[in-house]
Every structure is written in C-alpha cells, then in structure tokens.
Design a protein around this ligand. Structure first.
Ligand SMILES: Nc1ncnc2c1ncn2[C@@H]1O[C@H](COP(=O)(O)OP(=O)(O)O)[C@@H](O)[C@H]1O
Ligand SMILES: [Mg+2]
Length: 363
C-alpha cells in the first residue's frame, strides 16, 4: 500500500539511513531529546559515503552547519529566500534528523489564527468536562513544546503580523500560557524544542516580519544553485526520482539537460554567458521549476512520443509550466530566444530543436 502514496514524510522515506546514523552515534554526545548527534544530522543532509547516506541538499554546506548550530541554541531558525530554493525541504530534513518527526508543521496562510498556533478545544468534551487535558486539542507547536521536538512553521510571512507575534513569547520564554486551565496554568517547553520557520521573499501576499519576531530567529538566506554542472546533476537526480518506474522509458540526453539548465541560469541572472543583457522574468526560475519542465517533457516523450526528450519538448513546456499568462515574461523569453538561442542553434542540435520549436510556438 505504502508505495501508492504520493509522498512519504522524510523520516519514513529515509528510515534506513536515519537508523544507520542513529546506531553509529552510539553514546556520542547529543543535545537533550535529539534523535541524532549534530554530526550525524549533518551527514544525513550532506551525505556520507561510508554509511551509504545520500546527499540531499546541494550548494551550501556551511549553511547547513550554521543551521544545526542555531537549532542547538535558544534562537529559532529562519530560512528565507526565493521560492524553490529547498527551504521547505531543508526544514523537513532537519526536523526528521533532529526529532525523527517532520510532521509537527504549521502552514502559514492569511487565515492562520492564534488557535492554529497554540491550541483549540474539542467542544463536545469542553461542554461535558470543562477545560481539561482531554478537551484541549494541541497544535503542532504545543506538541513540539511538550515533547521537546522541532516544530516547522512554513511560510510564516503569509500570516498577518499580529499572528506572527504570537510566536514571540513562545520563543523567548519557551512557555505557552493556558489561561482557561486555571490561574497560572502554562505549558513549559522540554529541551529539544525549537522552531524552523521558512519565508519566501518574492511571492505575493507576503507580510512584513515584525522586529520582535526577527530578534527571536537567526536568519539564513538560501540561494539558488550557482554552479551549472551542479545544477545539471541535481536536475538529473530529481528527474529520476520523479519519473520512478518510467525512467527506463525515456532518454534525456546531457545536451538537453544542458540547454534547460543554461536557459534557467541565464534568465535568472539576467545575463547570458556571452555577455548579452537580458531582462529577468518575474516568474520563479528555480531548479524545482526546471525539474517540472523536464518531467513534463519526459511524460510527453514517454506517452505521446518516441521516448527521446528533445530541446523542442522543453520549449513546449516552458510556457505552461513557468511563464503562464504573464505577457511581459513571454516577451522577455522571446527576446532571449532571438538574441541568445538563435546563435547557439547554428552549432548544436539540442539548441536547434529548442530554438525552432520556440519560434514555431511563439511567433
Ligand atoms: N540546493 C538544493 N539542493 C537540493 N535540492 C534542491 C536545491 N534547490 C532546490 N532543490 C529542489 O527543489 C525542490 C523545491 O524546494 P522547496 O523545498 O519546495 O523550496 P522552497 O520551500 O524554498 O520554495 C526541493 O524539494 C528540491 O527537490
Ligand atoms: Mg516552501
């Protein structure tokens, strides 16, 4: 049955790796209530060949070290950056490695209320018994404080500032007041409790973060992957994972992967490798979007084509997957195709296929 689920939490997907690291830790020193030692948390995320632990986060090892150190201390960890830079992934992996539980997650939205963050009530029990441990319905934050675990707060800046501020006392005093349960009633956090929040800097509907809240967090900015070769490798790896059993039925050449990653990197940076200046699209052009394009093009090749992914197939997916209905973005990419892709099409068949299909589709 489990193989039918679209996605398992990290502590299930990587159960074996976590187990091996846990065993290797033996009596190594750990912060109270941590499942793995800090060194093993690092190995879980950055990989360890000897223990056959895969690398999961690429591009900035020092950031991972700092994140682990932050989580051992009193401050929360705030991961900020463009969408698609693996902030959510990193917070899930950290929670899985530190607390063996990545599920204590609050999803920030415009509709998040104080109850979502603290606790609510089972009203039938509340009426029958009054406020009690039984009638209280704990939030993920409550559970994390009670058990000394990592709590994730996704997209915290989507919550209105007054709701963000509910977190302030929880992070500074590590205490949640429970006024309904009697005078002075409170929940005190166990050691091991901490919060990893994520915030996208570019999406619409984002609020400012209050100064009080900022002081409770150490900030880490997660950047898109800079190195083209690295991004190509990662794209291949993630495409394989996405394709699952289908991967035997599609061929994605290195030249096609190179076209995709080059297009993304150049548009993201606003300058081509030959120095041509470009206007950056508003659309998010992260690795995650590139994987989505490669995946869609692979499905097309497998089910409607002959199995080979071409540059043209990328061009067919680029608009629907990334540019959507933004006319200005479409014009920016058209410029790119004329100014940059056309020249490359003269010497390279993957670029030629990409260029010709783009022309046919968009002009
Ligand atoms: N540096 C990276 N290392 C590994 N995977 C990455 C990296 N950057 C992006 N990805 C991929 O992009 C996906 C999207 O990331 P996600 O965590 O949803 O981003 P965010 O929360 O920052 O918007 C990740 O699950 C991962 O597959
Ligand atoms: Mg996210």
């Amino acid at each position: 049955m489990s193989s039918q689920l679209l996605r398992q939490p990290a502590e299930i997907r990587f159960q074996d790796e976590l187990q091996r690291l846990h065993e290797q830790d033996g009596s190594a020193a750990k912060p109270a209530n941590w499942y793995l030692s800090p060194r093993s948390v690092r190995a879980f995320i950055l990989g360890d060949d000897k223990l056959n632990v895969s690398r999961k986060f690429y591009g900035d090892d020092a950031l991972v070290d700092r994140a682990i150190v932050t989580l051992m201390g009193k401050q929360g960890l705030m991961l900020v950056g463009e969408p698609g830079t693996a902030k959510s992934m990193l917070s899930e992996l950290l929670a899985a490695a530190i607390s063996h539980d990545s599920g204590l997650t609050i999803q920030g939205t415009a509709g998040t209320t104080e109850d979502h963050i603290k606790y609510s009530w089972n009203y039938a029990l509340l009426l029958a018994e009054g406020p009690s441990e039984r009638s209280l319905v704990p939030s993920p934050l409550y559970q994390g404080m009670a058990a000394g675990k990592t709590v994730r707060f996704e997209e915290i800046t989507r919550c209105p500032p007054e709701i963000q501020d509910v977190m302030v006392s929880m992070l500074s005093d590590k205490t949640m007041m429970l006024p309904e349960m009697g005078e002075g009633a409170r929940l005190l956090a166990q050691s091991g409790f901490n919060v990893i929040a994520t915030a996208n800097l570019r999406d619409r509907g984002v609020h400012e973060m209050s100064a009080a809240l900022k002081r409770r967090f150490n900030f880490e900015t997660v950047k898109p992957i800079q190195d083209a070769k690295f991004e190509q490798q990662l794209l291949r790896l993630q495409l394989q994972q996405e394709l699952g059993d289908l991967k035997g039925q599609v061929q994605v050449g290195d030249d096609v992967v190179e076209v995709l990653v080059t297009v993304f990197q150049e548009l993201r940076k606003g300058v081509a490798t030959d120095g041509t200046h470009l206007k950056k699209p508003d659309a998010v052009m992260s690795t995650a979007e590139a994987v989505n394009i490669a995946h869609a093009a692979s499905l097309e090749a497998a089910f409607l084509g002959d199995g080979a992914v071409t540059g043209g197939a990328l061009a067919r997916q680029l608009r629907g997957v990334v540019l959507k209905d933004n006319d200005e973005d479409i014009a920016r990419v058209q410029y790119y195709i004329d100014a940059v892709a056309r020249e490359r099409a003269k010497h390279n068949s993957a670029w030629k296929s990409f260029y010709e299909e783009s022309k046919a589709l968009w002009q």
